[in-house]
Design a binder for this molecule. Sequence first.
Ligand code: PEP
Length: 253
Amino acid sequence: MRKKIVAGNWKMNLNFEDGQKLTSEIVNMLKDENDKDVTVVLNPPFVHLYPVKKLIGNTPNLFLGAQNCSDKGSGAFTGEVSASMLASFGADYVILGHSERREYFGESNELLTTKTRQALENGLTPIFCCGEPLEIREAGTHEAYVKNQLTESLFGFSDEEISKIVIAYEPIWAIGTGKTASSDQAQDMHAALRAHFASKYGQIIADNLSILYGGSCNPGNAKDIFSKADVDGGLIGGASLKSRDFVDIIKSF
Ligand code: PEP
């Protein structure tokens, strides 16, 4: 049985007090409302990690993640944060390859291999993002495009390593736009990606990979999207900033 996961990506939002308030609300709601054992991950900006970890405490099924990590281990890399630092703060997950990082910070498939290796070597679970821009979707070459992202970044990892990675399919045209992929579009891509992993790593490993959908997911559409056979949860941006919406998405399984 693969894990059902809902991860909130706060992006570069919320100052200290707002982050504390949001986390406390989510912690309190989940104590009563996470009745389906969904793995929930909060991915705040780096400065929130330690206080958010303290508020999470030992809330069942609630974990801490970061939004990025360095491709370097340590040293003179001003402004960078290493995977080992994140692990030492109690982070369990790290989002890698988000389309905003690929687009605005020039992160290549090759760089993302190195970041993924750093994450795995330090015991973090990468939530590895992939997804196509609108023009690729419109040209009908989206499956080949996304498969290529995964092949180039991840297909050098061993069976054991790949089994530790979570995939997030996020069509770029659906991120923050209010325009969601239909549940059938999500299912088609997720099934294609699972088959792609099966072709390299075998069916058992592919069947155990959690593949999340991301892109304007909200309490109104999550149930439909999560009902699809190959959709194992969501990576949630905007709606993760509102405790009620986020917890309602978690309850949509
Ligand atoms: C995201 O940033 O990963 C995301 C899915 O954002 P949103 O839910 O706001 O589209």
